[in-house]
Design a protein. Structure first.
Lengths: 300, 247
């Protein structure tokens, strides 16, 4: 495989994490414009733990995930009375607070003769784990692919469980869900928290892959794309958002030769996809057909 | 023995008093009718008892226990279920799935962690097929709920309300928009539920149905109970006739 192709595939894997996190939140019926912040927090936590505290890479990633999970819980606790547009605004505000405060924090250090550490808008340079361990591009692609596969397996188990069933019901009709005896709060908390954790995991891997992060990477557009992945791919199955990432990034890369017209063409193509597949490519209806094909009658 | 007791129930919406000092008591195994002209506070009463709204004043007792301020999902836990005036179904789920999501496990069930995780068991399959039989929707089990006719959707809603194994069911205008034949079938179903030992609270405009099935009726007007008693005495009541037909 050419280096370029591997890089694109790695990017697809990395952004799949944020797509899956947006998917989880859309399932409980909310729209979050703040998943890019968790992506960023994951990336920054990894960088801080790895560079400042010399923690091992596994611990750094894990701590980043835990921090994102806790912040997700906190965010959903703070917004427990909000829904719809107001929830979206609150998450966007949260994301912007994170991004702008990262612009202000400066604490540069020198390590092994290289400048690194938090440095405001100039970003965090020299997260050199992949060089220190001699991992080439292809190797890193395999690492992300394996982690993504494990995550997808967890999703698969979750998808068949009562948790997902009840969460989807909460997302479809809150009042009806309550009248059927489902308490929506734990589902909301768990899903928004977990979404934060998954996004953080993606962010941590992203920081390793790019070796350099800056606040501008985690701006509004990343959040919008994370929603677009899920909307293109559909809410029926976790494969949906992955398909969305594949189409989104694949399309953007394949029309790179159009240079500045690229985004215009891309927007048009997304609009066309959504005209033909208004609920995304793997819509809940198609998903239930797939499930019926593969599984027993419980998922009729 | 009384299953539900409502004591001086009031509900205000801003300055409007939708329910004003309502008192009644429902006995175990009874069919209790609540009627009244449009806007008299019938649906509000249901919504307050089922926990969708908090009562402004007064208290509600289920089997002697106070259930004020419970959330709708907690009300299901104590054995209350309901149907909605405007049909509320999951249109993109099948009939079978609509019953499946409403099914609740027995508290003392012995099934394994594994089957709990996947949310299915044999008792569940059996109950759902019984419910399909009860509602006469067996042949449509795999159809999407949104593709059902209006009457079938009402039947599905009723079956779903039974799926959580309640002691007390609130039916909010179950016969609205039904033809004579369907009302007759509905009556049979309500009797079957009563025979299963479920207490029924019926809010209805179709007098034919209420007068024929209810043991006792309370008539509401502007949030106040204006008459109470068995169907005949309510029909003869002067204030009820005034509320419906004017003076």
């Amino acid at each position: 495989m050419s280096l370029y192709l591997v890089t694109v595939l790695t990017n697809i894997c990395l952004f799949s994490f944020i797509a899956l996190s947006a998917y989880l939140i859309l399932i409980v019926g909310e729209v979050s414009f703040g998943q890019q912040a968790f992506f960023g927090i994951g990336a920054y936590s990894l960088a801080i733990f790895y560079v400042y505290f010399d923690l091992s890479i596994i611990y750094s990633i894990f701590l980043g995930m835990v921090i994102c999970f806790c912040l997700g819980l906190l965010l959903s606790l703070l917004t427990i009375k909000l829904s719809g547009l107001y929830f979206a605004m609150a998450t966007l505000a949260f994301a912007e607070v994170f991004r702008l405060s990262m612009n202000l924090v400066r604490f540069p250090i020198e390590k092994d003769g290289r400048a690194t550490g938090l440095n405001g808008p100039e970003g965090f340079e020299n997260i050199r784990w992949i060089f220190e361990n001699n991992i080439d591009t292809l190797g890193f692609f395999y690492i992300t692919l394996i982690i993504l596969t494990i995550l997808l397996f967890c999703f698969f188990i979750l998808e068949r469980s009562f948790i997902m069933k009840n969460a989807r019901i909460v997302g479809k009709d809150l009042i009806l869900a309550q009248s059927l005896g489902i308490n929506p709060r734990p589902y909301r908390l768990f899903f928004i928290g977990t979404a934060g954790g998954i996004s953080g995991l993606g962010g941590a891997l992203f920081a390793l892959a790019s070796t350099y992060i800056e606040p501008a990477m985690f701006g509004m557009m990343l959040g919008v794309h994370s929603l677009a992945y899920t909307i293109i791919g559909g809410l029926g199955l976790p494969i949906g958002p992955l398909l969305g990432v594949f189409i989104d990034i694949g399309l953007l890369e394949s029309i790179r030769f159009l240079s500045e017209y690229r985004m215009i063409i891309f927007g048009g193509l997304v609009a066309i996809i959504l005209i033909f597949y208004p609920e995304g490519i793997i819509s809940p209806r198609i998903a239930s057909r797939i499930k019926r094909f593969f599984f027993s009658k419980g998922f009729k | 023995m009384s299953i539900l007791k409502v004591d001086n129930l009031c509900k205000n919406f801003g300055g409007v008093r939708a329910v004003d000092g309502l008192n009644f008591e429902i006995n175990q195994g009874e069919i209790f009718g609540l009627i009244g002209p449009n806007g008299s506070g019938k649906s509000t009463t249901i919504n307050v008892i089922c926990g969708l709204y908090q009562p402004s004043e007064g208290s509600i007792f289920l089997e002697g226990k106070k259930i004020n301020g419970l959330k709708p999902n907690q009300c299901v836990d104590v054995g209350i279920s309901r149907t909605f005036q405007n049909i509320r179904l999951f249109g993109d789920l099948t009939v079978w799935q609509n019953l499946w999501v409403a099914w609740r496990d027995d508290k003392n069930n012995q099934s394994s962690w594994f089957s709990n995780w996947f949310g299915r068991s044999e008792t569940q399959e059996k109950l759902i097929s019984e419910l399909l039989n009860f509602s006469g929707l067996e042949s449509r089990a795999n159809d999407l709920a949104s593709n059902l006719s209006f009457g079938e959707q009402r039947r599905l809603e009723l079956a779903r309300a039974v799926a959580s194994k309640p002691k007390l069911i609130f039916l909010d205008e179950p016969a609205a928009g039904m033809n004579k034949e369907e009302v007759k079938e509905l009556r049979e179903r309500i009797f079957r539920l009563r025979d299963l030992g479920i207490t029924i609270f019926l809010v209805e405009h179709v007098m034919d149905l209420v007068m024929n099935v209810s043991n006792r009726i309370t008539v509401l007007n502007f949030g106040k109970a204006i008459a109470e008693g068995d169907p005949e005495s309510v029909q003869k009541d002067k204030s009820v006739q005034e509320a419906y037909f004017g003076q």
